[in-house]
Design a protein around this ligand. Structure first.
Ligand code: KG4
Ligand code: ZN
Length: 341
């Protein structure tokens, strides 16, 4: 009988300390996430120093909990996968050092994982991936369309030229006096409003798959300030709905165009903003009549940062022979195309 492949994933790139164990590439045995959101809220964003300190405090507890949940010991694992970048350097270092220490102590292979590759592979926890495919990655730090001709090979065909989609959500939420992270609050508010306020959509040059959200963000802020100066009141739910629709219109249209041009079998949605109900619904509607082309959307819990996605990507990379030396360092600006196998 073939032995099960058991891979542990460790993720500490931003404000979640996360450890997961995945069996045979896709079965989640444990997926533990310790969120620090409460600690960063009062500062309106993630404070890197505080993030690192929390990771140090949490990492051994989260590791132990994951092993307990899976009912496994380190000796039974086949590999340790860890996010090497991109992310906050001090935060990444905690996960990388924990992974290195464990790999050394238990004589296990160490597999480096790119954070965005992890987000894309959250989809592997839901279904098989069929190539070629496109991934629409929308997170707090990235907005990209990624083409994959095979496992472990990533080609960025478009990316944001300024703010990431999640960043725009968070900044607009701050303008509307909502707590960090603002994306889920805008999402909720948008469901109560109507997109009646005219806001720009940056389509950029003909044929471009790049994105730009800073103009939209400024337009929202100006709309709020102008109304304040005139003593008028704008319904925040309508503003949230209008902003969200501007973001979604561009994301969906560009994804639809790319899917047709590249002749892919699947469109995968990935990243924290993939939790957005408006975006999920708009994509489902747009892909309802696309015949053979599958739209894959992971459950909300696998869209925001977690280690199951790191273990899922790590399992594939492990099988493809990707390994890190024990000299592995955190790589805060790691580009996905540099990570290609
Ligand atoms: O992927 P992620 O957890 O972390 C990064 O790698 O950046 O993404 C976090 C981002 C934040 O900007 C957050 O506001 C956004 O995802 N987000 C959402 C929703 N849930 C999380 N944005 C819009 N609607 C949501 N429901
Ligand atoms: Zn992320």
């Amino acid at each position: 009988m073939k032995k099960d492949l058991l891979v542990m994933g460790i993720e500490t790139s931003c404000d979640e300390t996360a450890v997961a164990i995945i069996k045979n590439e896709h079965e989640i045995l444990a997926n533990v996430v310790a969120s620090q959101i409460e600690s960063h809220k009062r500062f309106g964003g993630v404070v890197p120093e505080i993030a690192s300190r929390h990771h140090v405090e949490q990492i051994t507890i989260v590791l132990e909990e994951a092993l307990n949940k899976a009912g496994l010991t380190f000796q039974e694992l086949d590999a340790i996968a860890v996010t090497e970048g991109p992310g906050l350097v001090g935060a990444l270092l905690i996960g990388v050092n924990a992974a290195k220490a464990l790999a050394f102590a238990h004589n296990l292979p160490l597999v480096p994982v790119h954070h965005i590759a992890g987000h894309i592979y959250a989809n592997r926890l839901v279904t098989e991936m069929k190539f070629p495919l496109l991934a629409l990655v929308v997170s707090g730090g990235h907005t990209e369309l990624v083409y994959m001709k095979e496992h472990g090979h990533f080609e960025v065909i478009g990316e944001t030229r300024d703010d990431a989609a999640g960043e725009a959500f968070d900044k607009v939420a701050r303008t509307l006096n909502m707590p960090y992270p603002g994306g889920p609050h805008i999402d909720r508010l948008a469901q109560e409003g109507n997109p009646v306020i005219d806001l720009p959509r940056a389509w950029l040059e003909e044929g471009s798959y790049d994105f730009s959200f800073s103009g939209l963000k400024s337009a929202v802020i100006n709309t709020v300030h102008n109304a304040e100066q005139r003593g008028e009141k704008i319904a925040p739910e309508d503003l949230a709905a209008s902003f969200q629709k501007s973001v979604i219109d561009v994301l969906v249209k560009k994804a639809e165009r790319a899917v047709a041009e590249y002749g892919v079998k699947q469109l995968l949605l990935a990243g924290g903003v993939a939790a957005n109900k408006g975006l999920r619904d708009a994509l489902k509607e747009a892909f309802a009549d696309k015949g053979e082309i599958e739209l894959i959307i992971p459950p909300v819990s696998l869209c925001t940062d977690n280690a199951a996605m790191i273990a899922a990507a790590g399992s594939i990379m492990f099988k493809k022979g990707k390994r890190a030396e024990l000299a592995l360092n955190a790589n805060p600006g790691l580009e996905i195309e540099k990570y290609n196998n």
